[in-house]
Design a protein around this ligand. Structure first.
Ligand code: ATP
Length: 302
């Protein structure tokens, strides 16, 4: 009998993974009305992730042929390091993560993970290896515990609490009237954008993917929330390859590498300190954000 059930268990796992992947993708990309355009090659082998080394090699892409969006993107994210992508609105930052998740294929060039071209492996295995924390996470109409535990089949209460601590949301949950049993979602407690993002981070900690894409929320945050998010970011990114799409430069000053994208081209690449010395687009964006911040603080103090 056990032999009969094992494939069923497997099927359940595959189903959950795909469903989770789709929910995250919809949330991240707002793609509900867009069709998937990629198919697996016949007998596509699974992706084998040994270290999680991500490379973009001369990647060109456009949603429409006549309008190029990415024009020859090259970068290399060594295993376990963090790459931050910054740049003006519409530069193509989210498009990069859509390609890594293989929602689309590049027009030319390739994307590899541990040397394997992601267009040559099964999508299911690719998506199982990548965790996504979208800007606006979708919560189920269920308890907050369920929403976190969803990240891992058979997660125990202890697993869930550990993930919540890792995502700096355990204290918040402890203060809810029903703790982990509190209902959230459309018909339950409304969580703020930052809280929802931390639920998604806790879920991702449980899923424990070797590769992580984090799309930072654009909304302005007070400095306390920002510090909390920064701490959780570090927790979730530790020991895994991560790509952070950043809107607030202050959250990524520690990134191992920062790539500045402008109109589909990498215009600068380096650490925070190196880019400040270059006095280019990054330094300009940094100064602008710093002065906006001082302005806000002055207004808040008045
Ligand atoms: P932001 O910081 O505002 O989120 P971004 O750098 O992430 O911007 P992308 O979302 O990657 O930018 O978009 C890059 C360009 O691609 C934009 O000009 C956008 O209009 C276009 N684009 C995005 N999605 C689609 C789509 N599904 N179909 C056609 N064009 C698209």
């Amino acid at each position: 009998l056990a032999q009969l059930f094992r494939p069923l268990d497997m099927l359940g796992w595959v189903y959950r993974n795909i469903r989770q992947g789709l929910i995250d993708m919809e949330a991240m990309f707002g793609i509900v009305d867009t069709k998937a355009e990629v198919v697996d090659i016949p007998d596509a082998p699974p992706l084998h992730v040994a270290q999680g080394h991500v490379r973009f090699e001369d990647v060109h892409f456009g949603y429409e042929l006549e309008r190029p969006i990415l024009k020859g993107i090259d970068f290399d994210v060594p295993p376990g390091t963090m790459l931050a992508v910054v740049g003006p609105s519409g530069a193509g930052k989210s498009t990069l993560s859509r390609l890594l998740f293989r929602f689309y294929d590049p027009l030319s060039g390739r994307i590899t993970i541990d040397g394997q071209d992601i267009s040559q492996v099964s999508q299911q295995s690719l998506r199982a290896a990548i965790g996504i924390v979208p800007q606006d996470s979708v919560l189920f109409n269920d308890t907050i515990g369920y929403n976190i535990g969803y990240g891992k089949d058979g997660a125990t209460q202890a697993d869930i609490e550990e993930a919540a601590r890792g995502a700096a949301i355990a204290d918040f949950i402890a203060e809810l009237p029903d703790g982990y049993q509190s209902r959230v979602g459309e018909r339950g407690l409304k969580l703020s954008g930052g809280e929802k993002q931390r639920v998604a981070i806790a879920r991702t900690l449980l899923k424990n993917p070797p590769i992580l894409i984090l799309d930072e929320a654009t909304s302005a945050l007070d400095s306390r929330t920002e510090a909390a998010i920064q701490a959780t970011l570090r927790a979730v990114a530790a020991r895994r390859t991560s790509i952070v799409i950043a809107h607030r430069l202050s959250t990524i000053v520690d990134a191992d590498q920062i790539v500045v994208l402008d109109q589909g081209v990498v215009v600068e690449k380096g650490t925070h300190a190196q880019l400040l010395r270059e006095r280019g687009l990054y330094a300009e964006m940094w100064e602008r954000q710093q002065s906006e911040r001082e302005e806000e603080e002055r207004e808040a103090a008045e």
